[in-house]
Design a binder for this molecule. Sequence first.
Ligand code: 3HC
Length: 550
Amino acid sequence: MAREITTVGVVGIGTMGAGITEVFARNGFFVVGVEQDQAALHRGRGHVETSTGRAVRRGKMSAAEQSQLLERITFTTDMDVLAACQLVVEAVPEHRDLKRDVFARLDKIVTPDAILATNTSSLSVTEISVATELPRRVVGMHFFNPAPVQEFVEVVRTVVTDDDVVEDVTAIARRLGKAPVECRDRAGFIANALLFGYLNHAASMYETRYASREDIDDAMRVGCGYPMGPLALLDLIGLDTAYEILETMYRQGRDRLHAPTPILKQLVTAGFRGRKSGRGFYTYDKPDSPVVVADTATPTGAPPAGVREVRSVGVVGSSDPAARIVENLVQARFDVTTVDVVTPAVTGADLVVEAVADELSAKREVFTALDAVCKPGAILATTSSLVPVIACAASTSRAANVVGTHMVAGVAVDRDLVEVVRTVSTADDVVATVRSVCRRAGMHPVTCGDRAGFIVNALLFPYLNDAVKMLEAQYATADDIDTAMRLGCRLPTGPFQVLDDVGLDTALAIQRMLYAEFPEPGYAPAPLLENLVTAGFLGRKTGRGFRDHA
Ligand code: 3HC
């Protein structure tokens, strides 16, 4: 028979624990929130008060409901008070020995049929469970940050967890309004295993100065419709937590793509742990605040020097991005000439955008022809996503005037993204001019170097490929993986929906390009993806991909 759970303990009321405390109290449970000292307790209570106070200000909760909610929570430094709880959720920092110590103590405090759950993000639940006398009552209950907002919970079953423990925790998660998904005990479970490779890669893009922090974040927000960019998300999660998660995943899987990027350790060592400390990749107005303030790395917003005047734009080719670019330019009242192949009609254009097939010889041919007909000083741009921009530039006698303008139609936002790609030869004023044209045409420019995948595809496709590998390994179903990413991280669509929409052949071509340029074993295209493409199951366009679209 299912346990009757009315009182829940939360051990550790930091960023995650405070959110978990709030979620239980919001749903009518009595909660015992435990911290190790008064200062931490005070801070934890502050988190809950601030968060519920915001709900009152937004009219989502009345002041009376807020006080009733707070009255249901007992804040204490005395672990013995947890004896009254039928379920205890541990949410202390991600250190194995610390968690094992907490569980060994809890085991002696609660009654034998109470459930002990860990909110660990990546540590082995089994290893934590064996610190108790009754590992069969230990389970993972992994919430997502901010816990009151994200509607997803991973329920982690170890080889010893009792069925009724998993059932009760799953039922409780539903009572909290969350969508629970059961998974096995593996570092990162579903969502973190897919998310953290992406976050780590974004941190390394920033570290290598491949693009600015604002451009990396804007690329994913505007281009993919993510609620926040990866660096802002790392700051929200906490850089110390992110470091520990990556380190654990790396130790378990030895995938170099999970080895924490050195900048994470440097920031943590300097005390810059993200929002919670008031500084991480960004600077915040105070600790625990979401408000970003300007610092020395913030762009000034002043127009860069040397922007050239652009009135007339030629567009060559009739691919999808061409139509969208033309529409944006016409709306912004540029003088636009469109041609299918290079003709003297584009001779007078200040800027010519090439948008023919994404194939090396086709692009080279167009660039050689453009170089011959375009006026001196005209800027030549390519919408290429697969062909290196420098290969186009090298087909002309004006490499300094050649730039990439890879367009990504905005998802869930009203603007299109343009990755303005600088080659080793592109002149600074050319980049500044193209960024300015994009802004005038209502598109959002970000700048990056000429590497495979630029920003968006380099961050997106390895994550999609990892999702396919997870499915292939039968760790989770496509539906559970999509749910994890949509409800755990509020991504607009899960990876398998993205793959079916984009086309499995396109995804495979991009992943192959990334693997060719960065020969990391982790980038090898998933065999399942290769097989589906070989079988002609390309996604929505063929009626079948990971799902049936008949
Ligand atoms: N605590 C409680 N509620 C919060 C909150 C917080 N820290 N931050 C925002 N909210 C609430 C707001 O009150 C608001 O509620 P309402 O709609 O009922 O009024 C709602 O969330 C939206 O907030 P805002 O309008 O202020 O801001 P946004 O719309 O920009 O949303 C966000 C902010 C919820 C943080 C959103 O950007 C988001 O979902 N980002 C992705 C976060 C993510 O990926 N989390 C998973 C990380 S991985 C993880 O946690 C696993 C762990 O193991 C590390």
